[in-house]
Design a binder for this molecule. Structure first.
Ligand SMILES: NC(=O)c1ccc[n+]([C@@H]2O[C@H](COP(=O)([O-])OP(=O)(O)OC[C@H]3O[C@@H](n4cnc5c(N)ncnc54)[C@H](O)[C@@H]3O)[C@@H](O)[C@H]2O)c1
Length: 380
């Protein structure tokens, strides 16, 4: 079988997990790794018997790789990806593709100009329930959507935030729960329900000693006038993963990775106007939606990306779609900071100025012992 030669740049918690996952993806061959921490680069390189580098440019220029996975902290995703693209190397960027929409624009522009394959690690798109949900919306089974909800809550301890200098800081991370934990949910939410055009948010740092938000709530308005609500935090146990998309013809709910769908006998506006029953409401029939059996997770995205390079298979997670979650993240953070409604597309220059101001105020974080433990749910 033909294989794509991969380098992984940033082999901490997630990158080292990707190196292990890649061993079971036949279309991929790990040929090099890179980390700025010599001990880490050497350990992961030796674990897999591949060449290791301390500088990403040397890995990209080594002739050893056809593609890279960029699994560094977020701020490095754009410069490393753009360098690789300009050298004709395919890029699979970790999420989020960038901290700011302006940097995301630059990545997308470079991918278009160079023509190199570009994807983003939004592995939740590979799940059967997400694929089925997207299909229902595309087939028009919901009709026009008039309301959405996203609740995406997690728990992270102070020890998690204290595990690396970049975590929970403006300078190192560029945001909190919105930019780190929520992007997967925000990607699915916007992939299925579209991107709002206006956001009014409140952000807070409630439970942790960090610079950035660990909680965000926002009211959303869509181009068609639909309303939405989102809430995310790293303050809750057990976490909740809920999405609702209410349409004129049906209602779709995804709750803790299970899909529920109700079809209305009569579209809701038509029923509202035509019924003469004082207490009537449209009949809603629960529908058993077939969920496709398929490979999921990081392996599915790596395989799809490699098959895209080898055989032109359509991408599950095109890099340019990675900007939607960044638009929403930037809009919620900016609205929370200003206490005002913010429009999407986000004003590029205003957000750059905001993030520069936050970075300038950001304090150097001293970490007693850096820890790079792969999240148990991503261990292979
Ligand atoms: N898709 C997912 O399920 C998922 C899960 C966790 C993390 N992530 C993403 O992966 C990225 C990394 O997160 P993590 O938890 O692995 O962080 P981490 O701190 O454990 O690892 C990051 C590694 O990158 C290295 N690094 C930093 N700058 C570098 C540079 N310029 N060149 C090369 N190496 C560099 C660090 O030394 C470190 O080893 C983040 O963007 C995060 O959002 C994705």
């Amino acid at each position: 079988m033909k294989r794509v030669r991969f380098g992984i740049i940033g082999v901490g918690s997630m990158g080292s997990g990707h190196a292990r996952t890649m061993q079971k993806v036949e279309e991929c061959q790990l040929t090099a790794v890179c980390d700025i921490d010599e001990e880490v680069a050497k350990a992961v390189g030796e674990e897999h018997g591949v060449k290791w580098f301390l500088d990403y440019r040397e890995l990209i220029d080594s002739g050893l790789v056809d593609a890279v996975i960029v699994a560094t902290p977020h701020y490095f995703h754009p410069p490393i990806s753009i360098y690789a693209m300009k050298k004709g190397i395919a890029v699979l960027s970790e999420k989020p593709i960038a901290v700011t929409v302006k940097e995301a624009d630059e990545m997308i522009k470079t991918a278009k100009e160079t023509g190199v394959p570009f994807a983003v690690m939004y592995q939740n798109r590979s799940t059967g329930y997400a694929q089925a949900a997207k299909k229902l919306v595309e087939e028009g089974r919901l009709g026009e959507i008039y309301r959405t909800t996203l609740i995406s809550t997690y728990f992270r301890s102070q020890a998690y935030y204290d595990s690396a200098g970049w975590r929970g800081t403006w300078k190192g991370e560029g945001g909190g729960v919105l930019i780190n934990q929520a992007p997967h949910a925000l990607d699915l939410f916007t992939w299925i329900g579209g991107l709002p055009s206006k956001v009014l948010a409140k952000t807070k740092t409630r439970r942790h000693k960090i610079e950035v938000e660990d909680e965000a709530s926002a009211m959303l308005e869509y181009p068609n006038g639909a309303t939405g609500y989102l809430h995310t935090s790293t303050n809750e146990a057990p976490g909740t993963n809920l999405m609702e998309f209410c349409g004129e013809k049906g209602k779709l709910v995804i709750y803790n990775n299970k899909l529920y769908f109700w079809e209305l006998e009569t579209p809701i506006q038509e029923f509202c106007e035509k019924t003469d029953q004082m207490w009537g409401s449209p009949k809603a029939k629960p529908v058993e939606v077939p969920i496709p059996e398929r490979e999921t997770g990081h392996a599915a995205i790596m395989r799809n990306f490699a098959r895209h390079i080898l055989y032109g298979e359509p991408l599950l997670t095109p890099g340019e779609e990675g900007i939607n979650s960044v638009e929403l993240i930037n809009a919620v953070i900016l609205s929370g900071a200003k206490g005002e409604e913010v429009s999407i597309p986000v004003d590029r220059e205003e957000y750059e100025a905001f993030i520069e101001e936050m970075k300038a105020k950001s304090k150097e974080k001293v970490v007693k012992k850096v820890r790079r433990e792969t999240d148990p749910q991503h261990r292979v």
